[in-house]
Write a protein that binds this ligand. Sequence first.
Ligand code: SF4
Length: 306
Amino acid sequence: MGLFHCPMGAAYYDDDPCIDCGLCTATSREERIEASNKLRAYLRSHAPRQSAIKKIAVAGKGGVGKSTMVTLLANALRAEGYQVLVLDTDESNPGLYRMFGLAQEPEKMMVMLDRFAPDGLGEDGEWLKRDEIGLDDIPQKYILSRDGLKFLMVGKIEDPFQGCACLLANITRELMQKLVMKDKEVVVVDMEAGIESFGRGVERGVDTVLVVVEPSFESMALAEKVTYMAEGMGISRVKAILNKVTSEEIREKMTEELGKKGVKVIGKVYFDSELNAAGFEGRPLTNSRATEDVKAIIKALLSEAV
Ligand code: SF4
């Protein structure tokens, strides 16, 4: 793991190819654009055209309810009989584990980082260097399990001068590309807010991107950007979930506006005061209207994928 964020990961890992796009040696804006177009074309043409849903990244602007949606989506998938791995990659939001009723955090994967090791990983990170990683290959100390749920945290920025989050993003990208999910296993990833992770290519390994959108101009603009970035990586299943919807009229307006931006909507979650109360108190989400809304979204998503 190094300092340059090659979108292919070629600067860090032997098993990722360098496609000689020229991004890392570009010296002008024109060269960077040309390199980006080359990368985009390569990733789109090499994207796996799989229909099954195995790896879902949940993205969106800060404050739209992304972590809440991750919880609801994971619970809805568990209700459909899936073993769900939730991967918390958000470097700042500290409370996702609480939403699942977990009393404590697992060991964060960032403890594997060793700045003095040639590849940035200490001995404890050997498992991450395998070509393929199944759920059983992940050391138990990093996982909290409960009723069809496995919860994993990459790490958080906790101290001043800790450094940037690039190495955490590298762990996420590595894991997402190498994870092999069996039948009825799915990983749901709580991405950091915004689009920086897409610029780093963190989402390369996923087959589905769900972008959470609230009724605001900024949120819908970001959904357009996320769609552009994800499709440019070759991810063909990119859908918006409308959140905090207060009326049918708002739902229609959001769907229309997003449609103009080329963003497809998979479903909506109406504003739910129970969700707000649970979020405020940092307690697990209980049955609510939103729970039913998200179950309908999962059913729609799964039926589209078969
Ligand atoms: S040329 Fe492109 S693919 Fe190769 S290392 Fe540089 S950025 Fe990565």
